[in-house]
Write a protein that binds this ligand. Structure first.
Ligand code: PFF
Length: 510
């Protein structure tokens, strides 16, 4: 059944001179939709609001935007360039590019690091997506129950009407006491992810993006408009866009706000993780990289900000704590929906939207590793489809296994070993973190920035100016020079300094 995937033919050679016969996106729009699908996910809808909430809003947002513009965008161009020019999975692309530039094979470490990061992210991402799935079912069940009891008129009433506020805000807590349910939800999510990735670029990833992303955008806009009308729009805007420089100054002293903003920028744009290298691999020669990168960065950043405007006004209007961490989404929002007319519909729409966004991202997370089976030019084309299917199943199942440990680390009420295990307690930055929180911190705040740091150096110093100029094809030499300057100097120095200071020096100083 996977034989039907049509292979694009006749495109130019990868850098080594060998033809790369893997599938390509069916066009620029398909690529942008899939790349935006990968970028927009729990990072925008869960991580951005909670990091902004905990670090004090406006100041963090301002710094985050600066990071996107001067670090995220150049690294995104660099990753797409490496993927398309290298013509293979992330590791193979970097190996081939280094060879063609006469440089050491050691640079493949950037590809390996990215693959390890994406794999690790998948192991916890799918657990959190499982929570979202649980909330989708919960909110559908709640509305169906209300309609059953009170007829269709129940649609216009608030969500979870029959429950008390305490019951509503303990819904996540309740899920955390049910390890089996958590594991089943995580399992269902991984199976769907595997089933899509198995079908390849055009038949799986593109189709999923084309179906899910438009629904996502419609739901996001509807929810935002409703939140601005029904919630405290002024407080939401002020929180997101009015920097509190006192808080900013305090957080600056240990560099944590800088590391959080850089980490969030990399996580949200799926950078430093070899993911965009992998999607760049399937990009055709006719597509312009800078324009595509701009579109992806713009869409991703807009979604984070708009999601903030969908969430904070109703959180403030309901008098809830904006710094509630993960529970902002799972506890505070249901409480806010409890106070809204048509709240039941909003609850369902919100969680379905989040689930769709998570799915298009988890597909990308799995694809990075599966691309070894499908994307490498030396894979026998006759075996490609079977290897893709096998790769997706094996990697997906291993991620599921580690995900089970991640899920168990979040369980409360019963001891599961994993919920009292703090694997890297001896490192100040990771003190007291259980497995899932540890992998989140380790990937977003260390591995992705490190991957981005190395990618910028690779693109700026290892790849020759002429190769980069040809591949990126900026519309002016000046823009190319700015890109190269950012990759050579600004990204490495800035990300390097923040990493060393905020991840090593400040935690040691206590
Ligand atoms: N960018 C995704 C999000 O914001 O949820 C997360 C992600 C997906 C990170 C894919 C890395 C990746 F390769």
């Amino acid at each position: 059944m996977f034989r039907g995937i049509k292979r694009a033919e006749g495109h130019k050679m990868a850098v080594s001179g060998s033809a790369n016969p893997q599938e390509h996106w069916s066009g620029r729009a398909a690529f942008i939709l899939a790349a935006v699908g990968s970028a927009v996910g729990l990072g925008n809808l869960v991580r951005f609001p909670y990091v902004a909430g905990e670090t004090g809003g406006g100041a963090f947002v301002l710094f985050y935007l600066v990071c996107i513009l001067f670090i995220g965008l150049p690294v995104l161009c660099a990753e797409l360039m490496i993927g398309r020019r290298g013509g293979g999975s992330a590791v193979a692309a970097i190996a081939r590019l280094s060879k063609s530039e006469g440089k050491s094979g050691i640079w493949t470490i950037v590809g390996w690091l990215g693959m390890i990061s994406t794999f690790l992210i998948l192991t916890f991402y799918s657990v959190l997506a499982g929570w979202v799935l649980h909330f989708v079912l919960l909110s559908i069940g709640d509305l169906a129950g209300a309609i059953g009891e009170n007829g269709l008129g129940a649609i216009s009433s608030p969500a979870f009407e029959a429950m008390s506020k305490d019951d509503i805000s303990s819904q996540l807590g309740e899920l955390l006491t049910q390890p089996v349910r958590m594991i089943i939800m995580h399992g269902i999510f991984i199976i769907v992810t595997i089933a899509i990735v198995m079908r390849g670029i055009k038949g799986g990833i593109e189709v999923a993006a084309k179906v899910l992303m438009p629904i996502f955008f419609i739901l996001l806009l509807a929810l935002t408009v409703s939140s601005l009308i029904n919630g405290d729009a002024g407080a939401g805007f002020a929180f997101l866009f009015q920097p509190d420089f006192e808080k900013f100054g305090a957080a600056l002293s240990d560099g944590s706000i800088l590391l959080d903003a850089i980490g969030q920028a990399f996580f949200s744009l799926s950078l430093g993780s070899a993911m965009m290298i992998t999607y760049g691999l399937y990009l055709s020669r006719e597509d312009q990289i800078p324009g595509a990168a701009r579109a992806v960065a713009f869409a991703d950043t807009s979604v984070a900000l708009i999601a903030g405007l969908a969430i904070f006004p109703i959180v403030f209007a309901a008098g809830l704590n904006e710094a509630a961490g993960f529970s902002l989404l799972f506890n505070s929002l249901p409480l806010a929906f409890h106070q809204l007319p048509f709240g039941g519909i909003f609850a369902i729409a919100f969680f379905i939207m989040t689930l769709f966004a998570a799915l298009t991202s988890s597909i990308a997370l799995l694809e990075v590793t599966v691309a070894i089976a499908d994307g490498d030019v030396d894979v026998d084309p006759a075996k490609r489809d079977r290897r893709r299917v096998q790769g997706a199943i094996v990697i997906g199942l291993i991620a599921f296994g580690i995900g089970v440990a991640n899920a168990l680390s979040q369980v409360s009420g019963v001891e599961t070993f994993f919920n009292t295990w703090h694997p890297l307690d001896f490192i100040p930055l990771f003190e007291g973190l259980v497995l899932l929180d540890l992998i989140d911190q380790l990937t977003a705040n260390i591995l992705l920035p490190l991957g981005g740091f190395l990618t910028a150096i690779f693109a700026g110093w290892v790849v020759s100016g002429s190769a980069a100029r040809e591949e990126l094809n900026f519309n002016s030499e000046r823009t190319f020079k700015i890109w190269r300057f950012l990759c050579r100097w600004v990204c490495p120095l800035f990300v390097g300094l923040v990493l060393v200071y905020a991840a090593i020096i400040a935690p040691m100083l206590g």
